[in-house]
Ligand binder design. Structure first.
Ligand SMILES: Cc1cc2nc3c(=O)[nH]c(=O)nc-3n(C[C@H](O)[C@H](O)[C@H](O)COP(=O)(O)O)c2cc1C
Length: 195
């Protein structure tokens, strides 16, 4: 049980506040592999996110070597197609190849607009749960919504039915080489308090 001291000042609150504040997106990872069990534990925890009507709209795809290689090729192809730049394509492929872990997170599609919005929100909450847990274990992540996440060829590679699911994020994860610093606006700029 935590000590009773003023609001926001209990030891556990300070720890969780620091954990949330210090999670950082990073693009540069060490080669060191992340244990599969840690990622499975993070996925188990991710699904405890709030979800309206208990739709549990998420699905997690933990990629193995073959799927990763196919995705790296697709990233290069997409750059060649859209930017007509072989050098950039090779650079992006190399950068993707250096990502130690690949996790694709999808959301169930719904014809109901409100349900779709709520389900998307839940999947985002799940990803935040996952990345916070990994961050606590010293593993950083980059949530990407790059071109590959919307290309039908990704769905073919992964054998995902694009009529049933859409990608909320491709999560690259690993032990970070460095963690960037970040800032946020002052709370006074984003908070309106009413009578
Ligand atoms: C829905 C979503 C999509 C994102 N897509 C990208 C992306 O495609 N490329 C990228 O570099 N970062 C992406 N990010 C990461 C943000 O750029 C990052 O969260 C932001 O810079 C703040 O950094 P922080 O996560 O360290 O606080 C995405 C984040 C979210 C929530």
């Amino acid at each position: 049980m935590s000590e009773a001291i003023p609001d926001g000042e209990t030891r556990n609150l300070r720890i969780i506040a620091e954990r949330i504040r210090s999670r950082r997106t990073t693009k540069l990872f060490l080669k060191q592999e992340v244990s599969k069990q840690l990622v499975l534990d993070a996925i188990e925890l991710a699904r405890w996110a709030p979800n309206h009507h208990l739709t549990e709209p998420w699905h997690f795809y933990l990629l193995g070597k073959q799927k990763i290689a196919a995705c790296v090729d697709l990233i290069g192809t997409l750059i060649r197609e859209t930017k007509k730049d072989d050098e950039l394509a090779a650079f992006k492929e190399e950068s993707a190849r250096s990502m130690p872990g690949w996790l694709l997170v999808t959301c169930q599609k719904s014809a109901d607009e409100l349900r779709q919005q709520e389900d998307y929100a839940s999947v985002c909450c799940a990803i935040q749960n996952l990345t916070l847990y990994l961050s606590e274990a010293g593993v950083a992540a980059k949530w990407t919504t790059g071109l590959i996440t919307r290309d039908l060829r990704l769905f073919d590679i992964m054998d995902i039915d694009s009529a049933e699911e859409f990608v909320v994020g491709l999560i690259w994860y690993g032990y970070p080489k460095t963690l960037p610093t970040q800032s946020r606006k002052d709370v006074s700029e984003i908070l309106t308090q009413t009578d």
